[in-house]
Ligand binder design. Structure first.
Ligand SMILES: [Zn+2]
Length: 137
């Protein structure tokens, strides 16, 4: 805390006072300090908001525009007809997507085989589980 001279009456006042105790003139230093604090808060808040928007957009792009992910999300939602259509339209000719899907589904198919071998699921359930992969290809 320091003393400054009032810009109106010239008398000394605290630099943290809201106004001059002598004439009531608002303390210019105090206003500045408040503005500085506001800026200090607003800038990081804006950055955080922008960062969150970027992350959400990126996740959205990765999940929806990546054909392999789009296909897998349709598949996982059991929209097999739609998935199958999408596969023919957008994925068949895209080696990278085909590879990604086959890799993902191979691991899921292996999981069904393993569960069946370990007696965790019945033969019929294993067949049902595997049949959906044929349906959508
Ligand atoms: Zn004053």
């Amino acid at each position: 805390m320091a003393l400054i001279n009032c810009p109106e009456c010239g008398k000394e006042m605290s630099d943290s006072a809201a106004a001059c105790p002598n004439c009531g003139c608002p303390n210019p230093n105090n206003k500045k300090a408040k503005k500085k604090i506001d800026k200090k808060i607003i800038v990081p808040v804006c950055l955080v908001v922008v960062a969150i928007i970027c992350v959400i957009s990126l996740v959205g792009i990765i999940l929806n525009l990546n054909p392999a992910n789009r296909y897998l999300s349709l598949f996982n939602a059991r929209k097999y007809d739609e998935a199958s259509e999408f596969y023919v339209e957008k994925i068949k000719d895209n080696a990278e997507s085909v590879e990604k899907i086959e890799e993902k589904q191979k691991s899921e198919i292996d999981l069904i085989y393993n569960e069946f071998e370990q007696g965790k699921i019945e033969y019929k359930d294993a067949l049902d589980g595997l049949s959906v992969y044929k349906k959508a290809m």
